[in-house]
Design a protein around this ligand. Sequence first.
Ligand code: AMP
Ligand code: GLY
Length: 453
Amino acid sequence: MKVLVVGPGGREHAMIMSLLRDPHVSEVHAAPGNAGIAQDVPVHPLNAQDPEAVVALARDLAADLVVVGPEAPLVAGAADALTEAGIPVFGPSREAARIEGSKAFAKEVMAAAGVPTARAVATSDLARVREAFEEFGAPYVVKDDGLAAGKGVVVTEDRDRAEAHARECLDAGGSVLVEEFLDGPEVSLFVLSDGTHVVPLQPAQDFKRVRDGDQGPNTGGMGAYTPLDWLPEGFTQEVVDRVARPVVDELRRRGTPFTGVLYCGLAVTSRGTRVIEFNARFGDPETQSVLAVLQTPLGQLLLDAARGRLDEDRALEWAPGASVTIVLAAHNYPGAPRKGDVITGLEDAAHEADTWVVHAGTDRNEAGELVSAGGRVLAVVSRGADLRQARERGYRGMEHITLDGSHYRTDIALAASEGRIETPVTPAASSPGAGHAPAVDGRPAADAAEEQA
Ligand code: AMP
Ligand code: GLY
């Protein structure tokens, strides 16, 4: 089978590496790709926002399957156009992708499907925002829901700051979502769906804040690991039964079946597992770690999903041990990143056992040198017998890499490797008078933060 992977980042590079290991896959192409992807497979220029251009390229290549990595081409209608052209595509239609694109739509679907999530008020009225602050109390969670995306999410103890963010979104003509704060560690669970059936991958954890100790602004993700040994028994099945299947059923019932990966962003709270958000695509950088341990051939799995033939009874195979992903970010990320700095040491990094480099924002300059070309530049991915060994290998690998002004977190998977992640005590299980849940590691502190892709 010939596969075309659409997208420019680390998630796509990780998928390509997995596809190349699938014996059913004879050829992989990428568009537009990046400098690392170009070392592995042929790359093609593409404006992925133009659905007709995606179809034209897939036709030219006679692709048997198109895998769309990022959200933007899906929202632009890439999957709809490919489906119309009769080309199997892994990725949801524009309508189904609204589960990610509109937070209010996601809440509406969750309400209809009875999926547990944070209580929320969607409004474009500042007085109602203030009422919601009173109702839910601190920390305050304010999310932009307008099409003026990118302003993102603010989680803060500071009421003035929360109100200022709400006002900013409303002044831009949009609406906001004010939410109840969810305590407890976050988990990313990717669930494959062919529109009817659902097959979960292994849970992973992402590190959203830019600095160690979950400090600083939110980013697209500074690292990840899998598995999560600290999760309660039966966690994945519970999320499938109470979250993924009801949402997939509800979207099918609405005539907009969801084909692709439903990324369930969850919080393990004192009141049970709650949905924070959905995405309509694989997470980046969690995918780098999850695919590092997935042994089931990826191409066949994604093609089955694209063709409506996912087999829920066939268990996926996972390598034993753990995988850790450490992201190297450019100078000034998550602000406007500096580009064009030379990167060295990648071969040496990959000489560590079970360690490799996944490219994200990389390019070649005129001299042919590898240079930074985005905020998250690359990731070192490693596997080990356990998290401790995977971390050691990954961080040793990272030490070989030089990129002027770059930074990475030194505490990816640290708390988990030391058994320090606690899930909050459920009220029923806690002793009478136990005031509130214990402090939790691996959970962003509640202070002002803005989303940054
Ligand atoms: P979102 O774009 O909805 O995923 O939000 C981005 C990040 O903000 C999440 O990954 C969480 O770290 C945090 N966040 C969002 N909603 C909540 C909530 N209701 N309670 C606590 N933290 C939240
Ligand atoms: N790692 C978070 C995301 O992909 O949205």
